[in-house]
Every structure is written in structure tokens, then in C-alpha cells.
Write a protein that binds this ligand. Structure first.
Ligand code: BG6
Length: 483
């Protein structure tokens, strides 16, 4: 496969929180990869900031160690790393005080793309935005990038939007949902809108239901403090799963422009129906074997926060009325799998005998791992012994089909470069985030008002029994995690 990397314009990228976990684990490795493939022009600069007093030389050592820790050795070249580090500077800045801001201003060059990446606690977003504006560091073209969580509920998200918009225009604000940067998530749009095969079938006449699963095998991994205040609903559903649902359900935008795509997503979110308590299954993993319980990991013995949630969601519009979307996500599940399963209705009249056990056609879009597409199809079971039917998978792994060069870029590689290019298509617009909270808030309130405790489940399982019942009750079943 031919690599067609188009270099971006020269830039000054300022990273706040550069000594933090996200910067070391994701952002800096992503920039190294983009450097290695030749996308970064010679005069691109990465200006890292944090509160700690460090020299640039000392900080470059921090970056080198981070790369050695988080990037596998065959994915980079030591000479490239040394060259890359020459583009990295460090300046100590106190996000909530006056120290360091004028030093930072001294690093910025006129006439270059300017982007500020806030890889810090959301409680600092408003203050940093204000200091960037008041100190004259933000120009009318500069971009500001913020990480999730974007708010804890509608009110806080709205307040955050107001705070950012009092210093930056919406077209300058890049709200990250890293799921949108995943290769297969974008492929979902290409599959739907660059092929003629799917669209005629993509509606409630032909689709029985859709399952969206984002299962993780890891637990809360040292993020217990944050996670216990969020739970699976706020941490995963309000953002990542809603985004996957939007891309699956939205109408074709008239063109592939940031606002045309985001307009269609907002329409889907606004069409989401309220979810009743009986359509929600919440779970919390308990201790088993060597694995401690969620409450141990969260450091809160009385926690009622869910580490798993499944729910049945209806979209109130002409295309989808009558086709439920079942969402499911959780920690400490059997395997790490993210997939969208589109289950088609069964043939209206079956002429073959013994077809009762067949599940019918399903299109499985695997987001991770082993990105690809599978179409479950009914065929004749080969050989003699009467005409028997069986189901097989027409299976396409992108890595196999496209060869080794198809190393899936990490989501952050694409997203950071899109910021530099000034392309907001894969970033959430302010109204979109608020619409998602406006849907999520009453759902959370439903179980809080009912004082409903999450049901326990075993680590390494598929979640609590209630989640299975959610489907069985409707005569359906989940695709097995890791099938
Ligand atoms: C993050 C959540 O947004 O996404 C984490 O805060 C979760 O809890 C992570 O583990 C999952 O991302 P990925 O890319 O590993 O599927």
C-alpha cells in the first residue's frame, strides 16, 4: 500500500499538562509517529508546559522515557526519536497563577498555526482559556483542544461551553472524543455512505435491532477517584457509545463537512427517547480469585457506581422507530472488544425445514481489536443427508485485506493532525455535547430516584444477569463478547 502522507502547515503546539499520563501515554507518542511518517514540517514545534520546574533537556528525557515505556521498540527508530525531541521545548507555567505565561508567550511565533492542547483536569479549562485570551497568546485563528470529561451533567457542560466561548469562537474549539479518531469508526461513515449496498437496507423495515458493545478487560486502573464520580454511563455511554450510535443511525449528510456531519449527529441525539428503569441493567464487578472488587479499586466500600451498564434505547424518527439499539459497556469483562452488530430481520417466509435455530443475517463491524467486518450469512450445510442450513461468517480483517502497512493509526495521531489542519469533523460541537447530556441526565436520575443498586458480576464474565434478561425478554440475545 502506498503511503500518501501530506505534511501539515508549520505549527506551534502548546501542550498543557505535558508531564501527565495522557500526554506521555498518548499525545507525545502520537506526535512521534506523525513525525516518523514525514507529516511534521521541519519548523513544527511542540511546546510542553506543566507546573514543575524543568529544563528543556530534562523534559526531553521525560519524553524519551515515556516513549520507551509506551511505544513498542519495533514501532520507532532511536535516531528518529532524537530528531523528534529537537522539536520539543519545555516551559514551566502555573495554570492558576501568573508564573510562566510571559515565558510561554515568548515561545510563540507569528504566522504559524497555533494550537493549545489542554491535557489537564477540566476544572482548569476555563482559567487557562481566560489566561490565554487575556495574555494575548490566543489569536483569532488559534485552536484550543479540550479532553473529556466535558462536564458532569448538562449544567456543568453548559457552563464549560460558556466559559470557553467567552474567549474562543466555536470554530476554534476542539472537544475530543477519541473514539471518533479510531480508524474503523470513520470507516463506518465510508461503509455507509460510499457504498450503495447498505443504504436501502439501513432502516427499521430491514433491521431488527442493533447492538453496540464496548467491553474492557481492564478495571479502573488507578483512576478510581475520577471513575467513582462518573460510572460507566458518564465515562463511556454519554460520549463514546452515543457517538457510535450516531454514526450508525444518522442520515447521510449532504456533504462531508464538519458542520454537515455534526448537524446530522445532533438530530439523532435529539431523537433519542427517554429510557425507562426497566430498560437499564447496571452492574458492578465483585472480587473473584486474584481480582479485587470494584469497591476495592475505587477505594469506596459503599460505592453504588456502575462499572457496567446495558440499556435499550429507542430512536424516535421515521428511519428507526421499532428498531431498538442495545448499548453495553463495562470494565473487567471477558475480553476487550468494541463492535457494532446490525441484526437484520429474518426472511418473511422460510421455505426450508429445520431453520428454527438460525439467527439470521448480521453485519458485525469490529472496531477493536482486529478491525474488520463480518457478515453472518445462511448457507447450505455441505454434504449429503438432506438439505440442512447453517450460518457462516463472510469475514474481512482489514489488516489481512490491506496488508501490513495498514497499521491502524492511533486515534490521537489523526485527531492532533486534524487540529493542526483545522478540521473539526471528528470533534464534538458544543450543542452536540449538551444534547447528549440532556438525554443522559434524566436516565441517571431515574436510577438515583429509585435508589437502585448495581447488580454484582464476576470479573471475566459478560456482565450481570440482568443485562442478559434485557435481551431475552425481547426474544433476542447479545452476541457473545469475544465470539
Ligand atoms: C476513556 C475512558 O474515555 O476510554 C476509559 O475514560 C476507557 O475509562 C477508555 O478505558 C477506553 O478507550 P479505548 O480506546 O481503550 O477503547
Amino acid at each position: 500500500m502506498v503511503s500518501r502522507v501530506i505534511p501539515v502547515d508549520p505549527f506551534d503546539l502548546v501542550i498543557f499538562g505535558a508531564t501527565g499520563d495522557l500526554a506521555r501515554r498518548k499525545i507525545l507518542p502520537a506526535l512521534l509517529h506523525r513525525f516518523q511518517v514525514g507529516q511534521m514540517p521541519d519548523d513544527a514545534r511542540i511546546i510542553c508546559t506543566a507546573r514543575t520546574n524543568l529544563t528543556t533537556i530534562a523534559f526531553r528525557k521525560v519524553v524519551r522515557e515515556a516513549i520507551e515505556e509506551f511505544v513498542s521498540p519495533e514501532m520507532y527508530d532511536k535516531v528518529d526519536l532524537t530528531e523528534f525531541l529537537k522539536r520539543v521545548d519545555y516551559v514551566a507555567v502555573n495554570a492558576t497563577g501568573d508564573e510562566g505565561w510571559s515565558d510561554l508567550a515568548g515561545f510563540l511565533r507569528d504566522g504559524f498555526v497555533r494550537a493549545f492542547y489542554l491535557s489537564v483536569s477540566p476544572s482548569l479549562f476555563a482559567e487557562i482559556a481566560s489566561r490565554l485570551h487575556k495574555g494575548g497568546l490566543a489569536t483569532p485563528d488559534s485552536r484550543i483542544v479540550v479532553e473529556k470529561p466535558f462536564g458532569h451533567d448538562l449544567d456543568s457542560a453548559h457552563a464549560l461551553n460558556e466559559a470557553l466561548r467567552s474567549h474562543f469562537e466555536e470554530h476554534q474549539i476542539y472537544r475530543i472524543d477519541h473514539y471518533l479518531g479510531k480508524e474503523t469508526v470513520q470507516n463506518l461513515m465510508v461503509m455507509r455512505f460510499a457504498n450503495s449496498l447498505y443504504e436501502p437496507l439501513w432502516n427499521s423495515t430491514h433491521i431488527d435491532h442493533v447492538q453496540i458493545t464496548v467491553a474492557e478487560s481492564i478495571g479502573v486502573e488507578g483512576r478510581g477517584g475520577y471513575y467513582d464520580q462518573s460510572g460507566a454511563m458518564r465515562d463511556m455511554v454519554q460520549n463514546h457509545l452515543v457517538q457510535l450510535l450516531c454514526l450508525t443511525a444518522m442520515e447521510p449528510p449532504s456533504r462531508f463537512t464538519p458542520n454537515a456531519v455534526r448537524d446530522e449527529k445532533v438530530k439523532v441525539i435529539e431523537a433519542l427517547e427517554p429510557v425507562a428503569l426497566e430498560d437499564i441493567a447496571r452492574g458492578q464487578y465483585r472480587a473473584a480469585g486474584d481480582v479485587g472488587s470494584y469497591t476495592d479499586h475505587a477505594g469506596n466500600p459503599d460505592s453504588q457506581t456502575e462499572s457496567f451498564i446495558a440499556m435499550k434505547v429507542e430512536i424516535g424518527n421515521w428511519r428507526w422507530a421499532g428498531t431498538p439499539f442495545y448499548l453495553r459497556t463495562g470494565k473487567r469483562l471477558r475480553e476487550r472488544v468494541s463492535e457494532i452488530v446490525v441484526v437484520f430481520r429474518k426472511p418473511p417466509h422460510m421455505i426450508f425445514p429445520n431453520a428454527g435455530g438460525l439467527r439470521g443475517n448480521a453485519l458485525v463491524i469490529r472496531l477493536q481489536p482486529d478491525e474488520g467486518i463480518t457478515l453472518r450469512t445462511t448457507i447450505k450445510d455441505p454434504g449429503p443427508g438432506g438439505l440442512r442450513l447453517t450460518e457462516v461468517a463472510l469475514d474481512m480483517s482489514f489488516a489481512e485485506a490491506l496488508g501490513e502497512d495498514s497499521r491502524a493509526q492511533d486515534a490521537y495521531e489523526r485527531l492532533v493532525m486534524d487540529v493542526i489542519r483545522g478540521d473539526q469533523t471528528l470533534f464534538m460541537r458544543g450543542d452536540e455535547v449538551e444534547a447528549a447530556w440532556a438525554w443522559a441526565d434524566p436516565i441517571i436520575k431515574t436510577w438515583e430516584d429509585a435508589h437502585q443498586d448495581p447488580s454484582p458480576y464476576d470479573p471475566g464474565s459478560s456482565g450481570p444477569e440482568d443485562a442478559l434478561m434485557l435481551m431475552h425478554r425481547d426474544g433476542r440475545r447479545w452476541r457473545q463478547i469475544g465470539a
